[in-house]
Design a protein around this ligand. Structure first.
Ligand SMILES: Nc1ncnc2c1ncn2[C@@H]1O[C@H](COP(=O)(O)OP(=O)(O)OP(=O)(O)O)[C@@H](O)[C@H]1O
Length: 621
């Protein structure tokens, strides 16, 4: 690990470095320099106290105790480190697996971790040391096993944070296998705190290992470590304290060094702040279906359990997209846009129940596919661009790795070929291929979003779902990204589902607009009719609330009064009824039927606005 400047300047860090260096020097040189003296018996000086020749005295065979304490540095440290590596490694793998396992696997693993954590680690270690048999191997294995639940819990908690990130979702949508998700997207992002924890654990494991040797369960004579030397010195501690104190102090010194190292590293990481956030890559080409539709969804419903009961944030959504078409999905915050997109990509939250009458992507009925086939089809046919490119990119991987990962996994493309394709993809989004070697934090927000788009292009998808892809960007960069998406649609014939709060942007950029309210689509309208031809009172209210440069600045911006309905109390009628200026009594009693004005314009409303009304121009400055 590259130590940050804060670490290098800290006096504690210097002291820690000195302590660790001295331990390493003793572990390396100790057996060579003092090994012979440590093992040489001398009947003439049995059980002697400290003297000039033997500063710490001698043991029952006349061996020099100072030499034995110094020589014991190597086995004591190596055995403790072996136990930590084994325990931490196993625990981290078990715990981090929970981020990529299915619900059942995750619950089972979490349950096992909880169960094992109920037992004190030291008692478990002692019990296992007896079971494995007194000796060095048994003690190391016992301590490693006892450390597994603690590391598993820590890794599970940290991995849960990564599990919800956009970059893992992006990697999932690309159909990466679980082991790849684990090694490439979960572990690198939780490695730092785990390393800090393992450093601290090395100290406690050293103490525990010495304890086992002290109890006769660890290292056995003629071998020895500090714990065994302590045990041998204890017999005569009242007559000669130094033979017991010296190995005890050595244990304390080493444990303190590890503890300080952990704290110094943790402190410098905290000072440095959070790690920069970062994307994911892609698989093979897909073409439009025979019926000419890229996507056809009917009656999509998502149910979610909440503390107050089950809610339906998405209810009966139907939509279809043709090749090269851009369709906007707009609506207030919480109207269900993102959940709709996530359900389409099979990325809905755990616990959600998704049902639909039809879901066809590029001609394939997803319900008829096996889970593996479905994952692959989604990975190759659909690409998602998330709102925040900083969190949608994996911060620990280079751009090149993230762009090439999926094509290599799905198509078996060679590294060189995948890199060439990634360079092409970057050129297509007007970025230099030199960025392949960069990491996400070295890029600007606009560059990151372009990288996300390039990653999506690598699979040559038939459908791109962009969920608020420009919200985190400034207006100039927003323009560049929307132009880029338009060029991509024109060049690749990919269909685009563009999700946004920004009805003005969607009106300009898409051909059709779907307006969502309280989990349902309430109007489908051609974009060129949005400004003055929308028929649903909610769409009109959304359009009217767009700021207009020509508007009187002294007057407050129009807003839509009231709030969306409580999802826990679904009403039988039109969900917009309580806020609707055109409501009538029956609106609250019965859901409105769809009214088709023509093939592209339909509205779910009992009393649509008349066509003659002329609204403000929906245009951005
Ligand atoms: N995991 C979840 N558990 C419970 N409720 C959720 C969950 N995810 C979303 N919701 C709820 O579902 C509703 C729809 O959420 P969704 O994120 O799809 O809305 P949205 O229209 O995309 O909003 P925004 O524009 O703010 O992103 C919201 O009320 C939200 O609180």
């Amino acid at each position: 690990m590259c130590l940050p400047s804060g670490f290098r300047r800290s006096p504690i860090a210097w002291a820690t470095a000195f302590m660790l260096a001295s331990l390493v020097a003793l572990a390396v040189a100790g057996p060579m320099v003092w090994g012979a003296a440590a093992d040489r018996p001398d009947p003439s000086v049995v059980l002697r106290g400290p003297s000039a020749a033997h500063p710490f005295g001698t043991d029952g065979l006349g061996r020099d105790l100072l030499a034995r304490v110094l020589t014991a540095t190597r086995p004591s440290l190596l055995l403790a480190l072996a136990a930590v590596l084994l325990g931490a490694g196993s625990g981290i793998i078990v715990g981090s697996c929970t981020a990529v396992l299915g619900r059942r696997g995750r619950r089972l693993t979490a349950g096992m971790i909880n169960l094992l954590l109920a037992f004190p680690a030291l008692l478990v270690a002692m019990f296992l040391a007896v079971v494995f048999g007194a000796g060095t191997a048994g003690a190391v294995l016992a301590l490693a096993a006892a450390g597994v639940p603690g590391f598993a819990r820590l890794a599970q908690t940290l991995a849960a944070g990564v599990a919800g990130t956009d970059h893992l979702a992006a990697a999932r949508v690309l159909g990466l296998r679980r082991h790849r998700l684990l090694w490439r997207h979960v572990l690198p992002n939780i490695a730092e705190p785990l390393l800090l924890s393992a450093t601290t654990a090395a100290g406690t494991t050293l103490v525990a290992l010495s304890g086992l040797s002290f109890l006769g369960l660890g290292v056995q004579p003629p071998g020895y470590d500090w714990g065994l030397l302590l045990s041998q010195g204890l017999d005569r501690i009242y007559a000669e304290p130094l033979p017991a104190l010296a190995p005890g102090l050595a244990v304390l010194y080493a444990a303190l060094a590890f503890q300080l190292l952990g704290e110094a590293l943790a402190g410098s990481v905290a000072r440095r702040g959070p790690a920069p956030r970062a994307p994911a890559p892609t698989p093979p080409p897909s073409g439009p279906a025979e019926d000419g539709l890229v996507l056809q969804v009917e009656d999509l419903t998502v149910e979610l359990p909440t503390p107050g009961g089950t809610i339906q944030p998405v209810r009966g959504v139907s939509l279809s997209l043709r090749p090269g078409e851009a369709v906007g999905l707009v609506g207030e915050s919480g109207s269900g846009k993102t959940l709709t997109a996530l359900a389409l990509a099979d990325l809905h939250p755990h616990g959600a129940r998704v049902s639909r009458r039809t879901l066809r992507l590029l001609g394939a009925d997803l319900a008829a596919l096996t889970p593996k086939e479905r994952d692959r089809h989604l990975a190759t046919g659909l690409s998602m661009i998330f709102q925040n490119p900083a969190s949608a990119l994996n911060p620990s991987l280079r751009i090149g790795t993230q762009l090439t990962e999926a094509v290599r996994a799905h198509r078996g493309t060679s590294r060189a070929q995948a890199t060439a394709e990634a360079a092409d993809a970057l050129r297509r989004v007007a970025l230099s291929p030199a960025l392949l070697r960069s990491r996400p934090y070295q890029l600007s927000g606009g560059q990151r979003q372009r990288v996300m788009i390039a990653a999506g292009l690598m699979t040559r998808p038939g459908l791109i779902i962009a969920d608020e892809p420009t919200t985190a960007l400034d207006v100039t960069v927003q323009r560049q990204i929307t132009r880029l998406l338009t060029d991509i649609r024109r060049d690749t014939s990919a269909a685009l589902l563009f999700i946004s709060h920004d009805i003005a942007l969607v009106g300009e950029f898409c051909e059709r607009v779907l307006v969502m309210y309280a989990g349902t689509i309430v109007e489908a309208v051609p974009a060129d009719r949005l400004a003055d031809g929308a028929r649903h009172p909610y769409t009109r209210a959304l359009v009217a609330s767009v700021p207009d440069l020509a508007a009187d600045r002294g007057r407050p911006l129009p807003t839509i009064g009231g709030g969306p309905p409580d999802p826990l109390v679904p009403a039988p009628g039109c969900p917009f009824e309580p806020r609707c200026p055109r409501r009538q009594d029956h609106c609250a009693e019965q859901a409105p039927p769809w009214q088709d004005f023509d093939a592209t314009h339909r509205v779910a409303c009992w009393h649509p606005e008349p066509v003659t009304a002329v609204l403000k121009t929906v245009a951005r400055s």
